[in-house]
Design a protein around this ligand. Structure first.
Ligand code: PLP
Length: 373
């Protein structure tokens, strides 16, 4: 049975045009700045987001890491949301590598931070007990709120609060272009208020690898040094940059406009799920209101929900039907749409979910875990 893999938008395979571009890519030693394909990708990324320069890195995590290293000194502190990738999913790189702490604020259901709370969270630089506030970071799209896109207005407002304190704003834009497409805005307008943005090529844009950090020329020079320190200086890496260049291009091989299809598929999935007995609101930032899953929460390519039965048993039954989803925090399940997932796949997923729900109807929450499953 063919698998419908909705675990993440990182499971995509490169398009045929990407594979061709990889084979044909002009390359050089990128540590010497000699790789024309990498240079073209970095320039294209910077131009799209309205910044002076870009830096190709191996992953979103490396992008966030070099972004922090280029903004912060040891002993400084970042203000970010408690459920952000930066806080929860980067192996404490901010502490281990950057040498900084994080002041973690609550995630709200629209993916934003309370700006009053952000303003109150800056430390007193006159008090030698306190760390020095050095960065504000936000996530766009915001994963744990079911991928809500953060608006230009909000980004500007949070930048204003940060800048009033003389502190820069970093956007972890792993799915930045999902936000751009969902909001129908110019990428440069959405990136404009931020001092740096990281976005991933290897998620919705379907590239096999890589992320790009953009910012001012001087900032990107510091990020480049940080990348070298981390061992991320790569050589004839144009073969890996080539798919990214294609993904960001205008025209038929560009991968940005088609994200709208992923968003429509996520919405279709959420609508189908919402009508099923046994599917519930995920709670928390993903959907604070209890009861029925609200399909309107699926504004980009994430669907997060809860099952009124044993989660592990349900996911196993679903996998047996040929559909993969993953566990997500707070007892929820996440499905992510992406390149390669069609409307028919969504409809087949809904059939599979119905079957998995029926099969696990008698299971009680936590039963499989208790049985060691
Ligand atoms: C919001 C966010 N930021 C950063 C990352 C890190 O990206 P990578 O897995 O390429 O290190 C991810 C990965 O899923 C993410 O979802």
């Amino acid at each position: 049975m063919p698998r419908i893999d909705l675990r993440s938008d990182t499971v995509t395979h490169p398009t045929p045009a990407m594979r061709h571009a990889m084979a044909e890519a002009e390359v050089g030693d990128d540590v010497f700045g000699d790789d024309p394909t990498v240079n073209a990708l970095e320039e294209r990324a910077a131009a799209l987001l309205g910044k002076e320069a870009g830096l190709f890195v191996a992953s979103g995590t490396m992008g966030n890491l070099v972004a922090q290293m280029a903004h912060l000194g040891r002993g400084q502190e970042t203000i970010a949301s408690a459920e952000s990738h930066l806080v929860m999913d980067e192996a404490a790189g901010h502490a281990v590598v950057v040498g900084t702490s994080i002041r973690a604020l609550p995630d709200r259901a629209d993916g934003t931070l309370d700006l009053g709370l952000v303003a109150e969270s800056f430390r007193d630089p006159e008090d030698p007990h306190e760390p020095l506030s050095g960065l504000v970071a936000i996530e766009n799209t915001h994963a744990h709120s079911m991928g809500q896109p953060l608006s230009v207005t909000y980004t500007q407002a949070v930048a204003d609060v940060a800048h009033a304190q003389g502190v820069p704003l970093h956007v972890d834009g792993a799915r930045f272009f999902n936000a751009v497409v969902a909001l129908g805005v110019d990428p440069a307008a959405l990136a404009g208020p931020a001092d740096s943005v990281t976005f991933c090529l290897s998620k919705g844009l379907a590239c096999p690898i890589g992320s790009v950090v953009v910012g001012s020329r001087a900032y990107i020079w510091r990020a480049r040094r940080a990348r070298k320190l981390l061992g991320g200086g790569m050589r004839q890496v144009g073969v890996l940059a080539a798919p990214g260049l294609l993904a960001l291009s205008d025209g038929p091989d560009g991968m940005i406009p088609r994200l709208a299809e992923d968003h429509a598929n996520a919405r279709r999935l959420a609508e189908g799920l919402a009508d099923m007995a046994g599917i519930e609101s995920p709670g928390g930032a993903a959907q604070p209101t209890p009861g029925r899953l609200d399909p309107a929460r699926a504004r980009t390519n994430f669907v997060i929900f809860r099952v009124a039965r044993d989660r592990a048993a349900f996911l196993d039954a679903l996998e047996a039907q040929g559909v993969l989803m993953v566990t997500y925090p707070h007892g929820t399940i996440r499905a992510v749409t992406h390149y390669g997932i069609t409307v028919d796949d969504i409809d087949a997923t809904l059939v599979a979910v119905r079957a998995a729900l029926a099969e696990t109807a008698g299971s009680t929450v936590g039963a499989a875990a208790a049985a060691g499953a």
